[in-house]
Design a protein around this ligand. Structure first.
Ligand code: HEM
Ligand SMILES: *[C@@H]1O[C@H](CO)[C@@H](O)[C@H](O)[C@H]1NC(C)=O
Ligand SMILES: *[C@@H]1O[C@H](CO)[C@@H](O)[C@H](O)[C@H]1NC(C)=O
Ligand SMILES: *[C@@H]1O[C@H](CO)[C@@H](O)[C@H](O)[C@H]1NC(C)=O
Ligand SMILES: *[C@@H]1O[C@H](CO)[C@@H](O)[C@H](O)[C@H]1NC(C)=O
Length: 493
């Protein structure tokens, strides 16, 4: 009897513990559910003291990241953007890689954002970018140091400097084309990348084409593949490879700088010489870390962008024989008007390439190498009845402007002559391939020079035949998933 009672009591106690526990669990779960739903609610309806643009914040944390990065083969505006413009209008909100974002797709708002640098908005890229590019890169530096670095880069790639570079670029281009014409097939994306890297590496660190520039290119190649990718840093992901590529490239640059310090040269001529001089100065703003990060950004900025433009340019030429004919005519005329057809290209000749510049603009318009230009709102800003809350990211979307039929008639058609008669010289609002405002691309003219010289040699001396690839994919950055293989052949003159 006694035993039974005891066991009963034990049971009851156990039972009441279980009841209590499940009760607690219930409370806990319901609290969790409530706070989760509030959280989700808050995520989807961010608190703010004004009217936010329309749009969906997607799933908690993940936002609409997956649809943003979804690959597509269209040359048109990325479906992610296009669908939302249709649904919400030209300014909408979303969330990408865990941050609240307002997307700008109309010219006026985009122009407004890019021209408020340091006032309402500042240049800013997500943490994933700063991890990749280093904390000291140009995109994140502000004010004083920034101006100083910009000055330094401008002197490196400025007008006088470019004039001096012209013969060097031409020689390099001719050598490369000669080499490619001996091959059965040339993959243009990698080949032009190696050409551009050779030019930049020479300018930055006096590196002659060869083994080390090849190594450097390998580091950058794995780096680039994961650049605009989903930021998950585990082995096997593109993002992980990207970070590894950066590590290796930085180590190479650091070693090269060290070597140069130990063996200084008589006549300072490249960026390394400049850096070493500058580091020696008392009270210099430059540190080795800043210099190396900067170097990394410059190599990256020049090598990927220009080589993709060139590859696409050749694709456009293959697809449009009449345009190729007209471009060839312009360059053959340059040779005809010379006293000695074999003398090198002059600056004056370069400046006379009217159609070529239209061609390059048109290539940049359709290439849309920058799918988004990122800014951060510094203060609450009112625009067109909407509030852009401080701390939010604004992504200006150049493709939405370049492919807008109200601005460019038949926007998907490749037609260089649409640039004739400087119809678009008001271009800061309608042409953002190189950015805009204070942060306008420093390398624009350097890149155009390289492209023009390349095109000059290519169309006057060679013809080519497509072998395979050349199809594009955007995710949302431009890619050539199968490369672009052509067979280059010398023209008999
Ligand atoms: C087809 C070629 C190129 C394209 C389409 C391009 C595109 C761009 C764009 C869109 C920006 C603005 C980024 C922003 O506002 O956040 C930019 C900035 C920049 N670009 Fe380029 N670029 C090209 C070539 C180059 C080259 C060859 C160099 C190297 C000399 C270069 C160096 C830079 C630098 C240093 C910045 C940052 C400027 C600043 O923050 O003030 N770019 N570029
Ligand atoms: C690309 O986007 C279009 C339009 O949204 C869609 O119809 C098509 O299926 C997409 N293609 C791929 C390969 O995702
Ligand atoms: C290049 O093509 C020719 C003829 O088609 C062939 O005989 C030769 O082996 C090829 N060379 C290489 C390196 O593939
Ligand atoms: C190319 O675009 C630039 C920048 O928007 C513009 O100023 C220039 O006039 C254009 N060039 C030609 C040849 O139309
Ligand atoms: C150029 O911009 C100015 C001022 O923004 C404007 O008044 C003018 O109409 C524009 N011209 C063209 C051709 O769009």
């Amino acid at each position: 009897m006694h035993q039974l009672k005891a066991s009963n009591q034990k049971h009851i106690r156990a039972l009441s513990i279980i009841v209590m526990m499940s009760w607690a669990l219930c409370i806990w779960v319901s609290l969790l559910v409530t706070s989760f739903t509030t959280w989700v609610y808050k995520w989807r309806n961010p608190k703010c003291s004004g009217k936010l643009p329309p749009g969906s914040m997607g799933l908690p944390l993940l936002g609409e990241t997956i649809s943003y990065f979804k690959p597509n083969t269209t040359s048109d505006i990325q479906p992610f953007i296009k669908d939302r413009i249709k649904k919400y209008g030209p300014i909408f909100k979303t969330s990408i890689v865990g941050i609240p974002v307002i997307v700008a797709t109309d010219p006026d708002f985009s122009y407004f954002v890019l021209n408020q640098e340091g006032q309402c908005f500042k240049n800013w890229y997500p943490d994933t970018f700063t991890k990749i590019f280093g904390n000291q890169n140009l995109a994140t530096l502000h004010g004083f140091v920034y101006k100083y670095l910009k000055h330094m880069i401008l002197s490196l790639f400025g007008h006088e400097s470019r004039k001096k570079m012209l013969p060097e670029i031409e020689e390099n281009v001719c050598n490369k084309l000669e080499l490619w014409s001996t091959q059965n097939s040339t993959e243009l994306k990698d080949s032009t990348a190696s050409l551009i890297l050779d030019l930049t590496a020479k300018k930055l660190m006096g590196l002659n084409p060869g083994k080390s520039s090849e190594n450097l290119r390998d580091c950058f190649a794995s780096f680039v593949d994961g650049l605009i990718s989903f930021p998950i840093n585990i082995p096997g992901t593109a993002y992980h490879k990207c970070l590894e590529g950066r590590e290796r490239a930085m180590k190479m640059l650091r070693d090269m700088l060290q070597e140069r310090r130990e063996n200084p040269r008589e006549n300072p001529s490249d960026f390394f010489d400049y850096v070493i001089e500058e580091l020696k100065k008392e009270g210099s703003l430059l540190t080795e870390e800043i210099a190396l990060d900067l170097m990394f950004v410059l190599i990256f900025a020049s090598f990927e962008t220009t080589s993709y433009s060139l590859t696409l340019a050749i694709k456009f030429l293959s697809d449009n024989p009449l345009i190729l004919e007209r471009l060839t005519e312009e360059h053959e005329a340059i040779l005809r008007n010379r006293e000695d057809a074999n003398s090198g290209l002059t600056w004056k000749e370069y400046k006379s390439m009217t159609y070529t510049f239209q061609f390059i603009n048109e290539t940049a318009r359709l290439a849309n190498l920058a799918p988004g230009i990122f800014r951060k709102a510094l203060i609450d800003t009112q625009y067109d009845g909407y509030l852009i809350p401080a701390g939010w990211t604004v992504v200006v979307c150049p493709p939405a402007i370049h492919l807008n039929p109200d601005i460019y008639e038949d926007p998907l058609v490749f037609d260089p002559s649409r640039w004739e008669g400087s119809k678009y010289t008001n271009a800061s609002k309608t042409f953002m391939a190189f950015g805009g405002g204070m942060r306008f691309c420093i390398g624009t003219d350097f890149s155009k020079l390289q492209m023009a010289v390349f095109l000059h040699s290519l169309v006057t001396k060679y013809r080519w035949e497509e072998i395979s690839g050349g199809n594009i994919c955007r995710s949302p950055g431009l890619q050539f998933p199968n490369g672009y293989h052509v067979k280059l052949e010398k023209k008999e003159i």
